[in-house]
Structure formats: structure tokens, C-alpha cells
Design a protein around this ligand. Structure first.
Ligand code: ARG
Ligand code: ZN
Length: 899
């Protein structure tokens, strides 16, 4: 059941137009589809018969009629299995195929194809959901023009939407009505969408650069109408930004967004009818955090940007997914950077990459951004394809510069508009537009694993030259034993003794000298290379990989704590200031962990603290560096908050053989506590300085977010002290909070502390928000992720709480995936966390395969942990794999994790 990239072949037939007719009823939905089919098999050999037309289907789409060229086929004149309809003896040239299917969307708990959410009909077709609606060539290289007629009861489903422009609508007998939608742009079926339901709408308009007036509409349930302004505003900003940055204009008179509560992923870019998970549309200061506001802006942008990178130019096959996703993530990252703070956005993105993607790339599910094979495509909507994919697009941008990158994009659109293409086509457009060779960059598409970059330096005082020696290697990954060197752009600066950047004069192999300014980019693409700078008066401190110019793990030989402290204090590149602090913290945490692990079996906070203290504790220089950051008037609060946050446990895990997650958690908490103890006056001063002014109301601006970020970071550090006075203050702040950002920040501190305040706060929060399902997701998530001891029992109870709904993906993500992130409780030494998760995976798999597959990934990292935990996690995976009736989705992740 595996599909391989190397097996790609064009389809023997294509489809030019599709007429769909949906009769929506409470029991049975009937879908009639009329396809114009074109031969694509080329010249046939003498006597050869025409190939069969094989249409994809799904078992819950019941075939009721099929006709070819106007003639209904009797049973026996076609072959139909649950998953495929085969038509033989087809006429020469073009012909028409009609297919009628019957569906029961109200029973579709997979949330793929046509289903119901909160009483409304909606669809999700990417990757292969369209075959759940009708038999079709369900592959992205078949692009057709769609006309869609929808008929339904008018009182229950007043709103009828599909892709493109509304052509016609009207009333029918028996209280029914209909609408006909026509999409003038050819598209693959994964971009098809339909919505029918009782929805309220808010509208604004946007005038494009060429003067086209576009109606922008967001549809939600009526009680949520007051929460769509931020999403609408974000859409307008996105449209403007894509015109200004890439010269891309919107191409229809209408752009619709619909919010639904039950949705497997974040959102979907269906042509002119985006469908969103409601958590990525709805926001009000009282119910959404700064992070929610920022995600909404980013995802609204992401889906809008897909109109050009994904829809107008689409993927030839699903192995090319990163062609549209990596590129569109890069575009949404740049959009967010331009709308807010570039440095802060870059750091956030790198945190995600290190925390999740590096882990994926080092484990059993490691795959290149363009995978070679899959069982279920849905399992490959991964951080690797999306986030690492975006990093690879960023490599072009770094190497070619903004102008060169734009030239490449222009050529890409010029060549491929209206086509389904490959990652190689994208690379060719970038290379041709700039007349450069990018072959070694191309290797990133086919190699899994995070490359290691090793840099050593030497200074020749007499010759005043400074040389970097670079080496790279990538460890083997499943199915890939030997790796080739890849193109790594090393963006760098050299700091002089005063902390200022020195001019970079790079000497070529022919003796010529190139002036790189104060920040240059080295093109490193061999296994080993050296780069020499001349005219360097004193030995500099190198600032390497500025802005994280490549997704690699870098080791700098001879980089001392003094260097890192110097960079943290002076680097002109804000990313590397942050990075230097992270490197210091990482070294410290790993050292203390080693000491704690060597000290025997008592893992109580007290015993761990004593061992860490004996190993030197948190050195004054480290505390001093944090103090300097906190007190630096030139730094903004969001940056400061990130600069005083320690690397996550996940991120450290891959440097520890046989890691014990609860122990690592204790070590991290020890360091946080020490910092809080020693920096208490500074933390308290920052809380006061960044508190709301009396009467201040919530605004989502970079400046206001910065105040809240540093204030709440300081509060979190202070709360680690577990002093009654501080806990009391947090409880008061929780009660007095006027926005969700501050409210949830205080609550998340309280949830980590055992005792009556925790319960009081959780109960109060539930009571206040019991009618706000999106806020209850936070309530579930905080409890699930909590490291409060013995939490497993509480989580088990939550599964039966009326607030929890197991058929809703967001609920499962908050509760189960949240739980999987708790180092203390998921990884509880008695295996109770693993058993709970194993049971949950099997239960959810009977409802929704995609959600269950994401949950089972929590076990994929089992090889990182100590042998007792490995045995227990492995046992859960084995139990899951051998479970009868398991979905392909879960089977693929679980079986590959065991290999
Ligand atoms: N294309 C959507 C996006 O922009 C994601 C769709 C994911 N669908 C799935 N079945 N995995 O991010
Ligand atoms: Zn996307």
C-alpha cells in the first residue's frame, strides 16, 4: 500500500470540466457529477486498446449510477470496488462520464470529504478527501473548471457556498432553495469546497492594485460575529502585502472564509472559499491571547498566499507538497515579520524548528522535505515539509538577496501559472532568473536529517588574516545511509574588541578580495572548505549563522563562555544575541543534568537541587548576563522574554543518551528557581514597569504585546519560587485580569502548583467560560500539560468531563497532545502515562484516523529515553500496531516508529 515518488506517471485521461450537483438532505445526500474526460495517453500502438479510466472512491460514498457518453452502464459493464471504479471500452476522443453517489455526511467522523459540523455541511478535500464525495481522478495534476449546484432546505441551510462566483440562485418548492457557483480557474479537486448552513457574515472590501473591488466575507455562527474583525483586518493586510512584496494580485471579485469547529488541521486554502478551524478565526481580547491573535494573522495570510503559491501554481503530485507549503510558510513568516517584529518572529520560528522539526528529523519518522514514499499522505503534513521546507526556501532568499529572490518568483509564476509542477521546477526558475547554479541546494530536497556544521578558526597576527575552517556531515536516517554535502549559506559578522562589526574582506582562491560589508554570506557546499578574511587587526569574535541562515546544528570549536557572553551583550544581529544566550543555557543545563543523573536514584526536587548545587549551580556570570538583558533599555520586551527563556526539554533531549524526562524537568526547574531567587528585584521591577496603565484596554500591537510578554515571563519565573506571597499575588492577578493573555498567564502558573489555589482558579475559570468552547480548549490544555505530580489521574477524569468532546479534533489536541508534552506525567516512571495514551490512540482511531495518527506520534521518540521507558513505550507501539482494524494512518506512524 506504499506509494513511491519514482513511480510517478501522468494519468491516461484528464478532466477539463466538472459539473457537480449536491442534493443535501438530513438522511442521504446525493451527488451527481458530470465530467468532460480527455484522452491523455498519446498515440496508441496498432491494435492496442484504449487504457481503462480508473476513478478513485471511498467505501462510504455509495455508487448509484454511472454513465459514459450518455449511456447508463449496467452492472457488469464496469468494475467497482470500495476504493475504485474502473471503466473499460471507452470511446475515442473526448467523452462525458456521469457518476451519482450517495453519502451520509452526518456520520462522517473522519472529517475528510463532506461532513457536518455544528449542524452545517462543510468539506475538507486535501489531500484525498474528494474521493469521499464522488468517484474521480483524485490527484493534483488533474486540473478542471468546476460548476457546482447546491440544493438544500432554506430554513436550516440559508447560506450555500462553493468556489468561484455565484452564478444563479433561487427558491424551489417545499421550502428548498439552490445556488449555482462557477469557478473560472482550473483547479485540482483538493481545492474544491462546499458549505451549507446557518451562518452569519461580516463583510469588508478591498480594492486591488489594478482597481478590482473584492468583497471579503467571513461566515461564522451568529454568536461569534463580534469576534471576526481581527481576521478580516489580517486578510486585508495580507492582500496588500502580497501586492507590495511579490506583485501578486487577487483574481476574483469575492473571497470567502468560513469558520468551523470540527476541523482536523488549521485551515484550508480552497479557491475563493477558505475553510478555517474556528480557533484560527475568532478572537476577542477576553477570549484570545496575544499568541492567538498572532497565529490568526499568520494563518489568514498563509491561506490567502496559497492563492498564488498552491492554487494558481499547484503541485504535480503529493510528494511535491513542500513546493506549496514550504513556500507559503516562508511567505507567511515574512508577512508576520513585516507586520510585527522581524527579530522576534525569526526567533519564534527557530524555536519551533528546533523543538519539533529537529526531533522529527533525528527519529524514525525522519523524511526529506520531499518524501520518497508514503502510505497515507495525511501523515506527511509535517513540521519537516512545512517548517524545514520554509527554511529551504529561505536559503534561496539568503543566497540571492531580496531582489534575486523576487526575480526567481516572477519567473516561477510566468512559467507555471495554471500548471501542476515540481520542486525541481521551482529550483530551475530561481537558478535561471539569477543565472546561478543551485545544484547543491537541490540536495536539501532529497536528504533527511539535520546537517552538522563544524567550524574552527585561526588567527594569524603577523599576516592579519582570519580563517574559518568548515566541515559538514549529516547522519544516516531511515533508508539513507550515505549523505552528500549540501549548500549551507553561512551569514556572518566578525566582532572587534569594542563589540562593533569589522569590515569583511574575503580573499578568493585566486587572491582577489571581495568586500562583503559588515554582514556577509559564505557559500559553503563541500564536505570541507576554508574561508579567509584579510586586514583583520586583532583576533575577532565570530558571529556565525546570523539570522539562523541554514537549518543546521552548528558547533564552533573553541567558542568559550566568554565569547558567548560577549556576543549576547554586543552582537548587532539580534538573532545571534538570543542564540548566544541559548548556547550558554544549553551548556549549563547539560552539565547540571549529567551531575544530577550521576547522583543516584533520588529524583526529588531537593535531591536534584543538591546535586546541581554541588556541580557548581548557576554561575554568577550566567545570572549577570540575564540581569544585563533584563536591564537593557534598548531591547524590547518580547525579545527579552525569549532571551531569558531556557531551551526546552525536547530540544536538549537529543544531546542526552537515555534521557530521563522528569529528571531533566527537575534540573530545568532548579535553574529557573535559582535565576528567580537571584534576579527577584529585577523581575519584580519589570512586572511593575510593564503592567497595564490604569484604564488601559487591550490592543494587539507589537508594543503592547512586548509589555505583556516580559511581564508574564517575569511572573512565571517568580512563581517557580512557590512562595505563598507570590502565589497569592498570582491569584489576585488572575482574578483581576482584563484580557485572556494575562488571565491565562496567571492561571498557567497556578496550575503548576499543587494545592487549593490551583483548584479554586481552575473552577473559577471553567465557570466563567463554560459557554466558550475555544476558551475551554485552553482550560483542558493547561491541565493536560501540567507537570503537577500525579496528574495522570486528573486527566483521566477530564476525559469524562462534560466539557470534553472526543469527536472534536481541537479537544483531542488540547487534552491528549497536551498531555504528551508533559515530561513528568506522560513519562511517569510507572508507565501510567503511556498506557493512558495508548488507550486513547486506539479509542480515537475508531472515530478519526488523522487525529489518532497525530497522537501516536507521541511515542515516536521512544529511543531517546532510558531503557525502562524504552521498553514501556515500545510495548505500547506494539500493542497498537497489532490491534485489529487499525487505520492505515496510525499503522504507518506506529510501524515506522518501531523499525
Ligand atoms: N493546505 C492546508 C494548509 O495550508 C493544510 C491541509 C491539510 N490537510 C490534511 N489532510 N492533512 O496548511
Ligand atoms: Zn498551507
Amino acid at each position: 500500500q506504499q506509494k513511491f515518488r519514482k513511480d510517478y506517471a501522468p494519468p491516461p485521461y484528464t478532466i477539463s470540466t466538472v459539473h457537480l450537483d449536491f442534493i443535501l438532505e438530513e438522511e442521504t445526500t446525493t451527488v451527481s457529477s458530470r465530467l468532460r474526460v480527455l484522452p491523455n495517453y498519446g498515440l496508441l500502438e496498432e491494435g492496442a486498446s484504449r487504457p481503462a479510466l480508473k476513478l478513485d472512491g471511498r467505501k462510504d460514498a455509495k455508487l448509484v449510477r454511472v454513465a459514459v457518453a450518455g449511456n447508463e452502464l449496467a452492472e457488469g459493464q464496469y468494475t467497482a470496488t470500495e476504493k475504485q471504479l474502473t471503466l473499460n471500452n471507452l470511446p475515442p476522443g473526448e467523452f462525458e462520464v456521469e457518476v451519482v453517489t450517495e453519502l451520509r455526511p452526518q456520520d462522517n467522523s473522519l472529517l475528510e470529504g463532506l461532513y457536518k459540523s455544528s449542524g452545517n455541511f462543510c468539506t475538507q478535500c486535501e489531500a484525498e478527501g474528494f474521493r469521499g464525495i464522488t468517484f474521480f481522478l483524485d490527484r493534483p495534476d488533474v486540473m478542471a473548471k468546476y460548476t457546482t449546484r447546491i440544493e438544500a432546505d432554506e430554513a436550516n441551510y440559508p447560506v450555500l457556498l462553493s468556489n468561484g462566483n455565484l452564478k444563479e440562485s433561487g427558491k424551489l418548492e417545499g421550502g428548498r432553495h439552490y445556488a449555482v457557483w462557477e469557478d473560472p480557474f482550473p483547479k485540482p479537486c483538493y481545492l474544491f469546497a462546499l458549505v451549507a448552513g446557518k451562518l452569519s457574515m461580516k463583510e469588508r472590501s478591498f480594492t486591488t492594485c489594478s482597481g478590482r473591488e473584492v468583497a471579503l466575507r467571513i461566515f461564522v455562527q451568529e454568536n461569534n460575529l463580534s469576534k471576526v474583525d481581527h481576521a478580516l483586518e489580517s486578510l486585508i493586510k495580507s492582500m496588500k502585502w502580497d501586492e507590495d512584496t511579490f506583485g501578486r494580485e487577487y483574481d476574483l471579485d469575492l473571497f470567502n472564509i468560513v469558520a468551523v469547529d470540527d476541523f482536523n488541521m488549521g485551515a484550508m486554502e480552497n479557491k475563493a472559499l477558505n475553510i478555517f478551524n474556528s480557533r484560527l478565526v475568532l478572537a476577542s481580547p477576553e477570549t484570545a491571547t496575544d499568541l492567538d491573535y498572532s497565529r490568526i494573522e499568520g494563518v489568514v495570510g498563509h491561506e490567502y498566499f496559497h492563492n498564488w503559491t498552491g492554487n494558481r501554481v499547484t503541485c504535480r503530485d503529493w510528494f511535491q507538497l513542500t513546493l506549496k507549503e514550504g513556500l507559503t510558510v516562508f511567505r507567511d513568516q515574512e508577512f508576520t515579520a513585516d507586520m510585527n517584529s522581524r527579530a522576534v518572529k525569526r526567533i519564534e520560528d527557530v524555536m519551533v524548528l528546533r523543538n519539533s522539526q529537529f526531533t522529527e528529523d533525528a527519529g524514525p519518522m525522519a523524511h526529506p522535505i520531499r518524501p520518497e514514499s508514503y502510505i497515507k499522505m495525511d501523515n506527511f503534513y509535517t513540521v519537516t515539509v512545512y517548517e524545514k521546507g520554509a527554511e529551504i526556501v529561505r536559503l534561496y532568499d539568503t543566497l540571492l538577496g531580496k531582489e534575486g529572490f523576487r526575480k526567481g518568483m516572477d519567473l516561477y509564476f510566468q512559467r507555471y501559472d495554471g500548471h501542476a509542477v515540481t520542486c525541481d521546477d521551482f529550483l530551475a526558475a530561481m537558478a535561471d532568473a539569477n543565472n546561478v547554479n543551485l545544484d547543491t541546494l537541490g540536495r536539501w530536497y532529497s536528504q533527511a536529517g539535520t546537517p552538522n556544521l563544524h567550524v574552527s578558526t585561526s588567527y594569524d597576527a603577523a599576516a592579519k588574516t582570519y580563517t574559518l575552517f568548515c566541515r559538514q556531515n549529516t547522519a544516516p536516517s531511515p533508508g539513507q545511509d550515505v549523505k552528500q554535502p549540501v549548500l549551507i549559506p553561512i551569514k556572518l559578522g566578525l566582532l572587534g574588541p569594542d563589540g562593533a562589526d569589522l569590515p569583511l574582506r574575503l580573499r578568493g582562491s585566486d587572491g582577489s578580495v571581495t568586500d562583503l560589508g559588515t554582514t556577509g554570506v559564505l557559500r559553503f557546499e563541500e564536505a570541507e572548505s576554508s574561508f579567509q578574511f584579510e586586514g583583520v587587526e586583532v583576533e575577532p569574535v565570530p558571529s556565525l549563522l546570523r539570522g539562523f541562515s541554514a537549518p543546521v546544528k552548528m558547533q564552533v570549536e573553541g567558542q568559550t563562555d566568554e565569547h558567548l557572553l560577549f556576543l549576547l551583550a554586543h552582537d548587532s544581529d539580534p538573532f545571534n544575541r538570543w542564540e548566544s544566550g541559548q548556547r550558554l543555557a544549553r551548556k549549563l543545563l547539560l552539565k547540571l543534568y549529567a551531575a544530577a543523573a550521576a547522583g543516584g536514584g533520588d529524583h526529588s526536587a531537593k535531591a536534584v537541587g543538591e546535586r546541581c548545587t554541588a556541580a557548581g549551580g548557576v554561575p554568577d556570570a550566567f545570572v549577570g548576563a540575564y540581569r544585563a538583558v533584563l536591564g537593557d533599555e534598548t531591547l524590547d520586551g518580547s525579545f527579552k522574554a525569549m532571551a531569558v527563556s531556557l531551551p526546552t526539554g525536547n530540544e536538549l533531549m537529543d544531546s542526552i543518551e537515555g534521557a530521563d524526562p522528569p529528571l531533566l524537568y527537575q534540573v530545568r526547574m532548579f535553574v529557573v528557581k535559582q535565576l528567580a531567587l537571584q534576579l527577584r528585584p529585577e523581575l519584580e521591577a519589570l512586572v511593575a514597569a510593564n503592567d497595564d496603565q490604569p484604564g488601559e484596554t487591550y490592543h494587539f500591537t507589537a508594543a503592547a504585546c512586548a509589555h505583556r510578554a516580559i511581564k508574564n515571563r517575569c511572573l512565571a519565573m517568580l512563581s517557580s519560587l512557590e512562595e505563598p506571597e507570590i502565589t497569592h499575588m498570582l491569584l489576585n492577578r488572575f482574578k483581576a485580569a482584563t484580557n485572556m493573555t494575562d488571565e491565562i498567564a496567571a492561571l498557567s502558573c497556578l496550575v503548576e502548583l499543587a494545592g487549593p489555589d490551583r483548584d479554586t482558579a481552575l473552577a473559577a475559570f471553567y465557570d466563567k467560560f463554560k459557554d466558550e468552547p475555544l476558551v475551554l480548549l485552553k482550560w483542558l490544555g493547561l491541565q493536560a500539560t501540567s507537570n503537577a505530580p500525579g496528574n495522570v489521574a486528573l486527566i483521566k477524569k477530564l476525559v469524562d468531563h462534560p466539557a470534553f468532546n472526543i469527536t472534536n479534533p481541537n479537544n483531542c489536541y488540547s487534552l491528549f497532545l497536551g498531555f504528551g508534552r508533559s515530561p513528568v506525567n506522560f513519562h511517569a516512571a510507572d508507565g501510567s502515562g503511556y498506557a493512558f495514551m495508548g488507550d486513547a490512540v486506539l479509542r480515537v482511531d475508531t472515530i478519526n484516523h488523522q487525529v489518532a495518527a497525530r497522537m501516536v506520534s507521541a511515542f515516536s521518540t521512544w529511543r531517546q529515553y532510558d531503557s525502562e521507558r524504552q521498553v514501556m513505550m515500545r510495548a505500547q507501539l506494539e500493542r497498537i500496531v497489532s490491534h485489529p482494524g487499525l487505520s492505515d494512518n496510525v499503522f504507518e506512524i506506529a510501524s515506522k516508529s518501531l523499525k
